[in-house]
Design a protein around this ligand. Structure first.
Ligand SMILES: [Zn+2]
Length: 75
């Protein structure tokens, strides 16, 4: 795998994907990826990109379905 940014060698690694959806943030840990040895660019395979999109879609549905609220005493 070659880096799409600088063309250097990218080695197999894992990363944490953070996706900001505006109203919520989805964090996926231990995502398999390739990491450039030169510029630290993270490259996902098509398979991983599709799986991530699927997981983010699922997370978004959960976030819309459940509201977590903090109990506060009325002022
Ligand atoms: Zn690079």
């Amino acid at each position: 795998m070659k880096c799409t940014n600088c063309g250097s060698k990218a080695i197999e690694s894992t990363t944490t994907s953070v996706t900001d959806l505006g109203d919520c943030v989805v964090i996926v840990r231990n995502v398999p990826c390739y990491k450039c040895e030169e510029c630290n660019e993270i490259i996902y395979t098509l398979e991983v990109t599709e799986r991530l999109e699927q997981m983010i879609k699922q997370a978004r549905q959960i976030m819309q379905g459940i509201a977590v609220m903090e109990y506060t005493e009325a002022a």
